[in-house]
Design a protein around this ligand. Structure first.
Ligand code: GZL
Length: 347
C-alpha cells in the first residue's frame, strides 16, 4: 500500500513540475519517457560521411546514443552518403539553424576551407572526428579526435615482418596487393603509406594498389579482377574489415584457399577495424591473419570535448585514440574481445 501511495504522489509531483515547465518530460520513439535535463538544450549538428561500413554504423550509433535529449542535447544528424558536396550542404544547414556545435566526420581531407570559414564567421565551433582535414588555417576547427592510421598500418606490417621471419620465408617471396579505402581519406592515406614503406624496407613485391572504397562489394569486385590478372598473390592487405569480407568471398569463389599458411599456397588476409564480431571470429579461426583495431566509439570523446567547451575549457587540438591489435597468436585477442561492448554481426 505504502509503495502505491509513494508512486501516486511522485506522479502528481511530476505532473505538477511538468505543468510549471520545470521538468519537461519527453517520450522517445519507443514511448519510453525521457526526462530532459532541466534548462539545457545544446544543439549539435553532426555531418556523418556515410554508411559504407560496419565501422561507420558503430560510429554513428556511438554518437546517437551519447547525444540524447535526456542528457540535454538536441542532435541533428545528416548522412553525407560518401559525398563531400552533401556534407558541405549539411554544414551550411547547421549554420542556418544556428546550432551550438558542428561535428564533422570528413569523407576526405581536402576541400573544407570555404565552408569551415563560413562556420567560423557564424561563431560556431567545429569538432572533427575520425579522419583528418587538411586546411590552410587550423583555426577553422576547434579540435580533432581520431586514430593514428599510419600507426595502425605499421602494427599490421610489423606483424607480417615477424610472421615472415618466424616462418623462414624470403621477404622477396611476399607478393601483396592492397585493396585501399576511399582514396584521399586519412585512413587510406596512412594505412597505404605504412604498407608502401614496409614493402620498400623489406623488399616485398607490392603487386598492385586498387581502391575498394571501404565496401565489401567493391572489394569483392577488385579482388576477382586481381585474381584474373595475377597468379602469385599470397597476401591481401584490406584497409577495412568489409573489404576483407569481400576479398575472402572473391578468393573462395575462385577456388583458392584463404588462410595463414602462405607456404602451403593459402592467401593471407590482413585487415583493419575489428568492429564486426564476425571479423574477430575470422581472426580466431584463421581466415583473417590479423586486424589493427580502429575504434569507432567517438561519442563519449566528443561529449567530453563539448562539455569542456561549455565551461570555457580548451580541449587538446589533436586527440589520438588508444587502439588494440588482434591476431591469433596474441593473447590480447581474447582480452580485447571481452572488454569490447560493440560490434555489428553480419546477418
Ligand atoms: C577509420 C574510418 C574508416 C574505417 C572504415 O577511422 O574512417 O572508414 O576504417 C570506414 O571501415 O569506412
Amino acid at each position: 500500500m505504502k509503495k502505491k501511495l509513494v508512486a501516486t504522489i511522485s506522479i502528481i509531483i511530476c505532473i505538477f513540475l511538468s505543468g510549471c515547465g520545470i521538468l519537461s518530460i519527453s517520450v522517445d520513439k519507443d514511448g519510453k519517457e525521457e526526462n530532459q535535463t532541466p534548462g539545457r538544450n545544446i544543439v549539435i549538428g553532426f555531418s556523418q560521411l556515410g554508411a559504407e561500413s560496419d565501422w561507420r554504423s558503430a560510429n554513428t550509433e556511438s554518437m546517437k546514443t551519447t547525444f540524447t535529449k535526456a542528457e540535454g542535447y538536441e542532435f541533428i544528424f545528416e548522412d553525407g552518403q560518401q559525398k563531400q558536396a552533401n556534407q558541405i550542404t549539411a554544414i551550411r544547414k547547421f549554420i542556418q539553424q544556428e546550432v551550438d556545435y558542428i561535428v564533422l566526420a570528413p569523407v576526405t581531407e581536402t576541400g573544407w576551407d570555404t565552408v569551415l570559414q563560413e562556420a567560423k564567421n557564424a561563431g560556431i565551433p567545429v569538432i572533427i572526428v575520425d579522419r583528418m582535414i587538411d586546411v590552410d588555417d587550423d583555426s577553422l576547427f576547434t579540435c580533432w579526435v581520431g586514430s593514428n592510421f599510419e600507426l595502425e598500418g605499421k602494427k599490421a606490417t610489423k606483424w607480417l615482418e615477424r610472421y615472415v621471419e618466424i616462418n623462414e620465408i624470403k621477404h622477396k617471396d611476399i607478393h601483396i596487393v592492397n585493396i585501399q579505402g576511399t582514396i584521399g581519406a586519412s585512413a587510406q592515406i596512412g594505412r597505404t603509406k605504412a604498407l608502401r614503406d614496409a614493402a620498400d624496407a623489406n623488399g616485398w613485391d607490392l603487386i598492385a594498389e586498387v581502391p575498394g572504397d571501404f565496401t565489401q562489394a567493391k572489394a569483392r569486385e577488385q579482388m576477382s579482377s586481381l585474381l584474373e590478372q595475377y597468379d602469385n598473390i599470397n597476401v591481401v592487405y584490406c584497409e577495412n574489415d568489409n573489404e576483407a569480407f569481400g576479398a575472402i568471398e572473391a578468393i573462395e569463389a575462385a577456388g583458392k584457399v584463404v588462410g595463414n599458411n602462405i607456404t602451403e599456397g593459402e592467401i593471407m588476409i590482413i585487415s583493419f577495424d575489428g568492429v564486426n564480431e564476425n571479423a574477430i571470429e575470422f581472426v580466431k579461426n584463421g581466415k583473417i591473419a590479423c586486424i589493427a583495431e580502429c575504434n569507432p566509439l567517438h561519442g563519449p570523446r566528443v561529449q567530453a570535448i563539448i562539455e569542456l567547451l561549455e565551461i570555457g575549457g580548451s580541449p587538446d587540438k589533436l586527440s589520438y585514440v588508444e587502439e588494440l591489435f588482434f591476431s591469433a597468436d596474441r593473447t590480447v585477442t581474447q582480452l580485447s574481445i571481452d572488454e569490447r561492448n560493440y560490434g555489428v554481426v553480419i546477418p
